[in-house]
Design a protein. Structure first.
Length: 636
């Protein structure tokens, strides 16, 4: 097995290089590689020699023509150099600053070392030494090492490749202080994306997309003093009583992913110090390591300010809200909008329930310009538009089938119809009892059909935008659904969550979905039992504690029955019965624990139990034995 320099070690080594003049990591190595003589000059084309070093060791990404400078620079916020850096800035530094160590006449391709060049170079180090291991970490970050390689091997290779003399090593290099631990190496090479996540993107680079949420922390905002949400990579179920912040958490997630509040920004608590309210979050992509962001509240401007500025965008994201409105974030659309007509929130489409159904025009757009045609129009277009819309219609039919309430009641399009005095063509569904216009369907059917439509619409609009900008489609889909069970019959609640996962998977085999689902339904949790994987799924619960709210991760225990989920920590019911029945059973248990139960009180409780419990309720055997034996109540 091979070893490679780890990203963590590069991160530790970079600060040691930032204090060095770039001459020592670039020009010096070029001179040593080409063996310029001591005490005399020989022919050397400097720009060519130095360009070789830059190409071999300082080109981080082929998409940027310049190079990355990890050494001393006047602008630490921008270490990316121009393509001609070797023939301009670096040559000037070498010829001017280090002329006392070199034999060279400007304009001539002749170079050599002065007799005392080592001492003169040492003087330029200002009492420091070149950290040999840290320099080798950078130079050999892509080199494949034997599994048993040590940091000393990196230093040995550095000395061999550049023919470092004993005098140079002793005077110029620090080879004793090897700042490393067991994480200096790894078994997998560092990807370009992971390295860029550490160094930052070069100028002009499009922000990387495809991010999912790794962590969200809210401090002194909303119902909680502090709330930490750490979702899993696939399915995340969120439960909790009303008014504890499930919707608020979802809205904050959307902002962390996209940078946009849908309606009202989160407001910090006004009773704490100005600097305390904070939103911090962590995003990740498949090609980049996790990146942390922190946002403080600017009280003067009444807005959240993110630090560092966003350098990445989420993948395709869809948020189905409790009121039927739906938001879509598309990074490909963001690029198109930014290039044509920048808006306050490029890439985002926010449609009210009415706009989902009837479409939305582009604000301040050209006449006839539309953001979305709407469900009614697109359904007919896909259904009747022939081969051109076959992909959309096929995906829509598949989604409806997956999201159907049962196999015996599939959501299946029928022939379109017309309403009296209405010029529109109205889509219909084929029900067991006949064809029903979608506008006459139940609230449950309308919500699920709208969700299916928006998922298909968002994905295919993304494909169209990607084709226009000539980029590959996203490999990440973040789906947020609030009150997934709204309007649904229990039979449907028992199917909807697994079906939604299948629909997200079916959009594209290359897409990795991350779902965040808020629910009040024990049937939704029961339905997930068949597919729940603790490695990629998780259950979260909001609960009131004193005068605040906490979010806890609950172990997902398969309970088999929905009524047992009602009694779990996720819902917290004392009994899966009516509240009066629960109270009667509590009083009955208190009588059973009493050393001297009152006969009249027992009789009163027994009367209530008889009225409130079913004849075959599983509480009866315990109670009847007690009542008959202890207080002589006859149940015959």
């Amino acid at each position: 097995m091979s070893a490679f320099v780890s990203l963590d070690q590069i991160e530790r080594s970079l600060p040691a290089l930032e204090v060095l003049n770039p001459f020592f990591g670039m020009s010096f190595l070029a001179f040593k590689r080409h063996k310029i003589p001591v005490g005399r000059m020989s022919h050397l084309v400097f720009t060519q020699a130095v360009q070789e070093i830059l190409e071999d060791f300082y080109r981080v990404t082929p998409t940027y023509k310049g190079f990355f400078n990890p050494f001393l620079t006047s602008d630490r916020s921008n270490r990316w150099t121009a393509e001609r850096y070797g023939s301009t800035s670096l040559q000037r530094i070498t010829s001017d600053t280090f002329s006392d160590a070199l034999l060279h006449t400007k304009g001539d391709p002749l170079w050599g070392w002065r007799e005392d060049y080592v001492e003169r170079l040492a003087a330029h180090l200002d009492g420091r030494k070149i950290p040999a291991f840290d320099l080798a970490v950078w130079l050999y970050r892509n080199h494949e090492w034997p599994e048993n390689a040590t940091p000393a091997d990196l230093v040995i290779k550095l000395r061999s490749d550049f023919q470092i003399t004993d005098e140079e090593q002793n005077i110029l290099f620090d080879t004793k202080s090897l700042d490393y631990d067991i994480t200096w190496s790894t078994y997998t090479p560092i990807s370009e994306g992971a390295l860029l996540s550490l160094l930052g993107d070069p100028p002009g680079a499009a922000p990387p997309t495809g991010a999912a949420l790794v962590r969200l922390q809210l401090r002194e905002i909303g119902p909680a003093r502090e709330l930490v949400y750490e979702p899993s990579q696939r399915v995340n179920l969120i439960t909790g009583n009303n008014s504890l912040g499930k919707t608020f958490l979802l809205e904050s997630m959307w902002w962390a992913l996209t940078g946009n509040w849908l309606e009202f920004p989160a407001e910090p608590h006004r009773t704490v110090a100005k600097k305390i309210p904070n939103i911090s979050f962590t995003l990740s992509t498949e090609t980049r390591r996790d990146q942390n962001f922190s946002s403080s509240y600017n009280w003067d401007k009444q807005q959240w300010v993110v630090n560092p500025a966003r350098t990445r965008l989420p993948g395709l994201a869809v948020y189905s809200r409790f009121d039927g409105s739906i938001a879509v974030w598309d990074p490909a659309r963001a690029q198109l909008e930014a290039a044509r007509s920048p808006t306050a929130s490029p890439g985002q489409v926010f449609l009210s329930r009415d706009q989902v159904w009837h479409g939305s025009a582009r604000p301040n757009g050209a006449e006839g310009s539309r953001v979305c045609n709407g469900l009614l129009s697109d359904w007919i277009l896909w259904q009747t538009g022939g081969e051109r819309y076959q992909s959309q219609y096929s995906a829509f039919i598949t989604s409806l089938k997956e999201l159907s309430p049962s196999e015996s009641e599939p959501l299946r399009p029928s022939e379109p119809t017309r309403f009296p005095l209405d010029a529109r063509v109205i889509p219909t569904l084929q029900m067991p009892y006949g064809s029903v216009p979608i506008l006459h369907a139940s609230a449950a059917v309308q919500r699920i059909v709208a969700l299916a439509y928006m998922l298909v619409w968002a994905w295919h609009e993304h494909l169209i935008s990607c084709e226009l900008i000539r980029q590959a489609p996203q490999r990440r889909l973040v789906l947020i659904v609030d009150e997934i069970e709204a309007h649904l019959h229990p039979l449907w609640q028992r199917l909807i969550a697994p079906a939604l996962i299948r629909v997200a998977d079916a959009l594209s085999h290359a897409v990795a979905p991350q779902l965040h689902i808020a629910t009040h339904s024990p049937l939704v949790l029961a339905s997930i039992e068949t597919i729940f994987d603790a490695d990629i799924d998780s259950l979260h619960h909001l609960k009131a504690t004193g005068n605040t709210v906490v979010l806890e991760a609950l172990p997902f225990v398969r309970r088999g029955r929905a009524d047992l989920w009602l009694l779990s920590e996720a819902f917290g019911l004392g009994q899966a019965r009516s509240l009066p029945a629960e109270k009667a059973i509590a009083d009955a248990k208190a009588s059973q624990l009493s050393q001297d139960p009152d006969r009249g009180a027992v009789a009163e409780v027994n009367a209530r139990l008889t009225k409130l419990l079913a004849p075959d309720d599983d509480f009866w055997p315990r109670w009847r034995f007690f009542a008959e034996e202890r207080v002589k109540i006859d149940h015959n």
